[in-house]
Design a protein around this ligand. Structure first.
Ligand code: CS2
Ligand code: MG
Length: 402
């Protein structure tokens, strides 16, 4: 048996906060797992330190599934982003150890490669359509086959996904900053943005757009219909997804594909969406959906229902999460797209990793395990910094989805 003899919860802030779990076995193997939950990092760090780590010491590191079930059912209080991010970190670290023990990259334990590279999409954004067109062109020049497009909206000061910063970080204040939203102004503006992009770049590039949970189903149906001439690869998070059957209304009116799931933390958040084919891509990822063990179950259910993966990959997920996600991306049969926002140089230095970008693809490498680690000495130089995600209000002050 290979016992877990040490478990360290490492909080670091190389430009933004990350939480990492590092496990050590009695035969000297180590494994890492991302536990970062943007704006709630300390909640997950505490859950791990106070309630999970004491149960791990002495456990058999090879019993990955049993440990997952132990942490999920043993908590009694199931599901939720904090619990599932903590479970994800343990699960990811155990898969890392399993790969190192076998001397194989984790994707070889998951059935091996199903493709040569992982197609990624980048984030083009602009305060207006002119600025945006320049950005889209830059990503296409860098070889991206897919580009997410976010544009400012006339009359709105701050809009999700639009920033001139080199590294987009939405958690911009210790206490949530506030922005004002107008659905009417947004719905009036977006179709023209995509008309201009298609007029400039033609039908080739895969274009995506993140609605970020802000519409009602009928508003999303209107948006989807208005974008049909521009053949988007997906319209993301069109509505908050607690009411899964609400997506039937979108499906009744538009063929624009739908992608949902970056906030999902178990298969139960998307079981009806997938089973009824109300979505085309499921965007859950390793750190927030219970790790490799559980995310693989979500993708397997999706594969039965013509739904492809489209995992979240924002900079508030660490390179540990990206390394783990790529192990699944490169091997599952129903891979769709992987979001890719390059981290800062500071972050990459704290998390040395094997994956690299080339010609529109991420390549996970063939290192044993996940191909990533954390430099604990360097991580210690970046203390935690309180940071919260913004809140959003309508023009009359009503609190709205951000
Ligand atoms: C966004 C995220 O990347 C995306 O699709 O929805 O950037 C999201 O806003 C952040 O991860 C929230 O922390
Ligand atoms: Mg999103």
């Amino acid at each position: 048996m290979t016992k877990i003899v040490d478990a360290r919860v490492i909080v670091t802030c190389p430009g933004r906060n990350f939480v990492t779990l590092k496990l050590v076995t009695d035969d000297g193997l180590t494994g890492v797992g991302d536990a970062t939950l943007n704006g709630r990092e300390l909640a997950v760090a505490s859950y791990l330190t106070e309630h999970v780590v004491p149960t791990l010491l002495g456990r058999d590191a090879t019993r990955i599934e049993d440990t997952w079930q132990y942490l999920y059912k043993g908590a009694y209080w199931r599901r939720g982003p904090v619990t599932m991010s903590a479970i994800a970190a343990v699960d990811t670290a155990l898969w890392d150890i399993a790969g190192k023990r076998a001397g194989l990259p984790v994707h070889q334990l998951l059935g091996g490669r199903s493709r040569d590279g992982v197609t990624v999409y980048g984030h083009a954004n602009g305060a207006d359509a002119d600025e945006l067109l320049t950005e889209v062109g830059r990503f296409l020049d860098e070889g991206y086959r897919a580009v997410r497009v976010q544009c400012g909206v006339p009359g709105l000061e701050k809009v999700y996904g639009v920033s001139s910063a080199a590294i987009y970080e939405p958690a911009d204040a210790a206490v949530p900053s506030e922005s004002v939203w107008s659905t009417e102004a947004y719905l009036d503006h977006v179709p023209e943005v995509f008309r201009r992009i298609r007029a400039e770049f033609g039908p080739g590039p895969k274009l995506l757009h993140d609605v970020h949970h802000r519409l009602t189903p009928i508003e999303a149906a209107r948006l989807g219909k208005s974008l049909e001439p521009y053949a988007l690869t997906w319209m993301e998070d069109p509505v908050p997804a607690e009411l899964q059957e609400g997506f039937r209304l979108i499906r009744q009116h538009t063929t624009t594909p739908v992608a949902v799931g970056e906030v999902f933390n178990t298969i139960w958040d998307c079981e009806q969406l997938i089973r009824e084919q109300l979505i085309d891509y499921v965007r859950a990822t390793v750190v927030h959906a219970g790790g490799i063990t559980h995310l693989r179950r979500i993708f397997d259910l999706a594969a039965l229902h013509h739904v492809r993966s489209g995992s979240h990959g924002a900079t508030d997920l660490s390179p540990v999460c990206m390394s783990a996600a790529l192990q699944l991306d490169i091997s599952i049969p129903n891979f769709g797209l992987q979001e890719y926002m390059p981290h800062s140089a500071e972050t990459d230095a704290v998390f040395p990793h094997a994956y690299h970008y080339e010609g529109g693809y991420l390549h996970p490498g063939n290192e044993p395990g996940l191909g990533v680690d954390i430099d604990e000495e360097l991580a210690a130089k970046y203390p935690y910094r309180p940071a919260s995600l913004p809140v959003n209000r309508l023009q009359d002050g009503t609190l709205h989805s951000w």
